[in-house]
Design a protein around this ligand. Sequence first.
Ligand code: ATP
Ligand code: MG
Ligand code: MG
Ligand code: MG
Length: 562
Amino acid sequence: MMRQSKTLIPTLKETPADAEAASHKWLLRAGFIRQNISGVYTFLPLGKKVLNKIEAIVREEMDAIGANETFMPALQSAELWKETERWDAMGDELIRLKDRHKRDFVLGPTHEEIATSLIRDAVRSYKQLPLTIYQIQTKFRDERRPRFGLLRGREFIMKDAYSFHTSEESLNESYQLMFDAYTRIFKRLGLNFRPVIADAGAMGGKDTHEFMALADIGEDTIAFSTDSDYAANIEMAEVLDTYEFSTEPQQPLTKVDTPGQKTMQEVADFLNQDISQGMKSLLFKADDDFVLVVTRGDHEVNEIKLKHYLKAKTVALVEEEETIKLMNVGFGSIGPIGVPEGIRVVYDNAVKALSNATCGANEDGVHYINVNPTRDLIDPEYADIRFIQEGDPSPDGKGTIKFAEGIEIGQVFKLGKFYAEKLGATYLNQQGKSEVLTMGCYGIGVSRTLAAIVEQYHDDRGITWPVEIAPYQVHLLVLNNKPEQLELADQLYQQLTDAGFDVLYDDRNERAGVKFADSDLIGIPYRITVGKKASEGIVECKVRRTNEQEERHQSELISYLT
Ligand code: ATP
Ligand code: MG
Ligand code: MG
Ligand code: MG
């Protein structure tokens, strides 16, 4: 029997000072979570129940599209991360540690490395493909600003899936299956959400969509059309406004050794030397300046984005001995600077347009400027950029642009061959020839989604859970512990649980006001109160979300609830 007197539900009267987001405040106050350290939480019994229900829905939909559930390690060898170069690229977000033998490890922020190396070793033939694996597991990211409770944690729960293919077509099929499964999951969770076109920059991928739960607290802005399904993360919407351009191949790069942290000026000076390393670079001609941009991964999206930011109309080939002006932009996270050997580079004022940029170099002498040229970083005084505005025509020719704030609850991603190439993940094709795998990856922030639901389901008294994921469906309150009230409440508890309802029974020796306030805080969809009319078998029924209240005879309860 789920007696509240025996359940750990430490509700709080006061709102903790740092709880800005509604979900943070209500989940703390209603006794669903407790903070341990910044960005790290314990799920209390109520929180764990909701988590279990969300996970069950995610599992059902993943299993339904044939994804294989696994459970991969959080503790990972740094070797794999060095092989994919994310040991450097992830920067300070990656939590690193050493074992007793001083070997490097990471606590997994995501599992492309582990999943790819697993399939590299466990799958040999095209006959075993396509294949999708998934897990629901704890992730670790040393976020610069952990905040808003479960919305941005340093330790959080993610469902992550990885699909492996012999062709782009096969990847496209799985991507669509995942996209549809995500749509079903978020619908079942009762969320008001939108899939949006997203930026694939840093992960070395191409097509990608984010699933955004609409909420004012959301840290992303969505640009959507008033008259069509068009919706994009604003970062992406900004670059869809394209210019004429073409690309040419660039020169191969070789490595030089220049360690140490650099200021902008030092990087400027440094760029007057010949440097290099093995990333792809693109040379743009913007107005009269040449701009060399070095990016990682698949560069199509970066090209679109850059020609927008730079108003670049032509792309030129780097010529030996030519003097060019340079601006380097790293997308998403960080991008190494590379300049072909024999090219003299003059640092350009244009880089000032990217205020907030930080520079540095890793142990291997690869230099970085860490910027993401979005509207909050670019100084319009230096860059002739017009950002997309509300009321602009949209990109698909239908309607005008409107903005909304969103919480990224999930993302689906066509990775292509990036990780498989780096980690040497191959299979034997029909002709017995070795080929590199094509991949997709797909994440849902399970704990963030829980918080996003609360952002959409609360009022000024607490949480108003949708029935499907509420910790319990019925909150049974007994007003005072008189024998006839306890007797009826015990009977009802039995009757309701026999009928398959999840019931929390508030049998505590507390004042009615305390019980009602806690019940509103916790937000179980139906409240049934056994009070004065217990001897007649009459109880009070209340719908949490609408406040509709009515008296019912005990014999009518099941039909009332269904
Ligand atoms: P964000 O842009 O908010 O930092 P992300 O793009 O870095 O998220 P992904 O790498 O796409 O996140 O991870 C998959 C999902 O994990 C995200 O869509 C999000 O729902 C969730 N997630 C990411 N970071 C966090 C976090 N710090 N706390 C809680 N959930 C997170
Ligand atoms: Mg992030
Ligand atoms: Mg994101
Ligand atoms: Mg993402």
